[in-house]
Design a protein around this ligand. Structure first.
Ligand SMILES: Nc1nc2c(c(=O)[nH]1)N[C@H]1C(S)=C(S)[C@@H](COP(=O)(O)O)O[C@H]1N2
Ligand SMILES: [Mo]
Length: 389
């Protein structure tokens, strides 16, 4: 027996009608125009990110052949990586604002394919937003999360790429139809872009230009004075060069330095005191420190050629090298170097910077400086070189 439905005690609230969005700022043409710029920024960021990853963690077959030229290569690619990531933030916010009315589209799910599309957009927005924001926080060395930044940044980049390619494939017809003003003009009675859209796009361009110009000076020296919002000024620091990790932070103590020797382990191992290292054939090179965080600065370095030290230790020409710092612990206390860097005539075990002995914060008594290499691998306070056979 069916029970008669009870009348609701209170009238059920009616769902509010979905908002109606008219106007050009939320239409596919605006989404395409902003999306195009965002796509360029994301593509530059992704490719330069790959470069950075493979320079830091090359597959073993490539580790001896990484290019040590051009000397400014990593300075350029990492500067672009951070600049394009910063530029992508206002572009992403603008893009989200243009398309957010679609969140209110009803019915929420029309079909299985439609559900998948909405899910993929969710993954896309989430991963790109998280990637850009955590990347930005990394440039100020603030890690308010429990996971290790680098592997997460690497994995998330692939998630974002997959979701982006899917999104582009799904939206290809819409993008094609609105790519140029003429093709979308057929859908617009007024033809050309209206002033509302033009001012919106101009405002987004100004915002993007502003954040870029006020930060990019951390790697583009002539714009250094405009870098109001860059976390580091490349001009400030002891000996005219910023310091990322100070000797105090790295717990380099007078005790550790007291009986410093350079040890070179290889087929013919030897040790040098600082006086002996300074008396060895000295070479100079102008090379940048290019930090993964986006700042970079050229400096004048003097020291012994690494390859001379390796030859003296009887290292084979293709030998890899392990560089050990006095730093008791830390992610960059021990680094490895392939033969292409170790044999480059510009790669030095530097003892002087800009004409003066290295200061403690820059790696006294001796540090690695090599061309086209991420700053994290320019090991400071070097005490031991091990030829890996
Ligand atoms: N031993 C050691 N070397 C290190 C680091 C470190 O933490 N420990 N930091 C690296 C990083 S991240 C950078 S960017 C450069 C900075 O060099 P600078 O302080 O001389 O400018 O040193 C590198 N060498
Ligand atoms: Mo760095």
């Amino acid at each position: 027996m069916r029970r008669p439905a009870l009348p609701p005690r209170f009238p059920l609230p009616k769902a509010p009608p979905p908002p109606v969005f008219t106007g050009r700022l939320h239409d596919p043409r605006t989404a395409t125009v902003v999306g195009r710029a965002l796509g360029v920024a994301v593509a530059v960021c992704f490719v330069t990110g790959l470069v950075s990853h493979y320079l830091q963690q090359p597959p073993s077959w490539a580790s001896g052949a990484l290019p040590s030229r051009p000397v400014w290569g990593y300075r350029l690619t990492q500067g672009l990586h951070v600049a394009s990531g910063i530029a992508a933030l206002p572009l992403l916010l603008a893009k989200l604002w243009t398309v957010y009315p679609r969140l209110f589209a009803r019915p929420a799910v029309r079909s299985f394919a439609h559900a998948l599309e909405r899910l993929s957009v969710g993954v896309l927005v989430g991963s790109v937003l998280l990637q850009l924001v955590t990347g930005l926080l990394n440039t100020v060395q603030w890690y308010p999360w429990p996971w290790n930044f680098r592997p997460a940044h690497w994995a998330l980049a692939w998630v974002a790429l997959g979701a982006l390619l899917l999104h582009l494939a799904v939206k290809a017809p819409v993008i094609a139809a609105h790519w140029s003003r003429r093709s979308s003009g057929t859908r617009e009675p007024t033809g050309a872009d209206g002033p509302d859209r033009r001012s919106f796009v101009a405002a987004v361009a100004v915002a993007t230009g502003a954040v870029t110009l006020t930060t990019v000076g951390q790697s583009v020296t002539p714009l250094g004075r405009a870098a109001l919002f860059a976390p580091r000024s490349p001009e400030h620091g002891p000996q005219g060069l910023p310091v990322n990790r100070t000797a105090t932070a790295a717990r380099i103590t007078p005790l550790l330095l007291a009986d410093w020797r350079l040890q070179v382990a290889g087929p013919r191992p030897f040790e040098l005191t600082l006086t002996e290292l300074r008396a060895a054939a000295q070479h100079s090179a102008v090379l940048p420190i290019a930090c993964v965080e986006g700042w970079s600065r050229n400096a004048h370095w003097t020291g012994a050629r690494l390859r001379d030290l390796l030859d003296r230790a009887g290292a084979p020409a293709d030998a890899r090298l392990r560089v050990v710092s006095l730093e008791p612990e830390g992610a960059y206390a021990v680094t490895e170097m392939g033969a292409s860097y170790a044999r480059d005539p510009l790669t030095l075990l530097a003892v002087a910077l800009n004409g003066h002995p290295l200061s403690l914060d820059h790696g006294y008594p001796a540090r690695i400086i090599a061309p086209n290499r991420p700053g994290v691998l320019q090991t400071k306070w070097v005490t031991r070189l091990e030829v890996l056979l």
